[in-house]
Design a protein around this ligand. Structure first.
Ligand code: HEC
Length: 130
């Protein structure tokens, strides 16, 4: 009797985990907040614009690298290797802010909450071509 209840419980738990992992969202679904993109623009201007024009992040090279992939890949590349003259020098939240700005540049809509910084949450968001 007891073990029956236990296995029912763990089965429900497993189902919850599976459905949470499958909850994928697109960058078209409002995954960042407008205020966050505003902070990101300020950061971009001081930390990125010396080497990159904004249109570097709305062209085909950009989509070839990142479209169709989890947004985590973009976060990972940028937070690992940029700014090229001082990689990893921004806080995680600041990298998320800059990426929110890049999404805004691509005219993806803003939503109610900030883009997250953790790997699982960013892995569940799909980067697309506008
Ligand atoms: C000192 C110069 C410099 C600064 C500052 C800099 N970058 Fe870069 N970045 C480069 C160079 C050089 C490349 C490689 C050539 C290219 O792809 O444009 C690059 C490439 C990239 C790529 C392309 C990666 C790919 O695989 O397509 C991204 C995205 C990027 N930078 C984002 C940023 C962001 C965001 C910032 C600000 C936080 C930043 N960079 C600051 C020099 C810089």
């Amino acid at each position: 009797m007891r073990s029956g209840v236990l296995s029912l419980g763990s089965c429900a738990l497993a189902l919850t985990i599976v459905s949470a992992a499958q909850e994928k969202r697109s960058v078209k679904a409002g995954v960042y907040a407008a205020a966050q993109a505003g902070r990101g623009q300020t950061l971009f201007n001081s930390k990125c614009a010396s080497c990159h024009a904004p249109n570097r992040f709305t062209d085909d090279f950009f989509y070839q690298s990142f479209a169709g992939k989890p947004l985590w890949e973009m976060f990972d590349v940028i937070s690992d290797s940029m700014p090229e003259d001082n990689p990893g020098s921004l806080k995680k939240e600041e990298y998320a802010d800059v990426i929110a700005y890049l999404l805004q540049l691509n005219k993806f809509p803003a939503g109610d909450t900030d883009l997250p910084t953790d790997k699982d949450a960013l892995s569940a968001i799909l980067m697309e071509k506008p």
